[in-house]
Design a protein around this ligand. Sequence first.
Ligand code: FES
Length: 120
Amino acid sequence: MPKVTFKKEKKTVEVPEGANLRKVAQSAGVEVYKGLHKYLHCPGLGLCGSCRVYIKKGQENVTKPGMIEKFTTTIANPEAQFAYIGHEEELRLSCQCRVTGDIEVETAAPCNWHGEKFWG
Ligand code: FES
């Protein structure tokens, strides 16, 4: 069974292959939402961009982003766009990820307001 490690929370859980990452986090008591988004978010539809995480290791062990996720992270949601800049390979919407192997996750991916790749 794949293992999901939440870096900040220092938690590792085993999950069935194909498990939804957002649901895995919630089951493990890991919060993927920040601030008001804990109450105001789309329920896993890939539209609000607030469940974003960084897949720090094992990007190949989650399903590829679909059209809705790409649209949300690159066009529709400014907050998700800023988190995406400089983290194109690792930023994912947890509600749109299915786990197929071991991964390491950093929750609550911040906006990259002043990262070296944003102004450079
Ligand atoms: S819960 Fe809204 S994009 Fe994932």
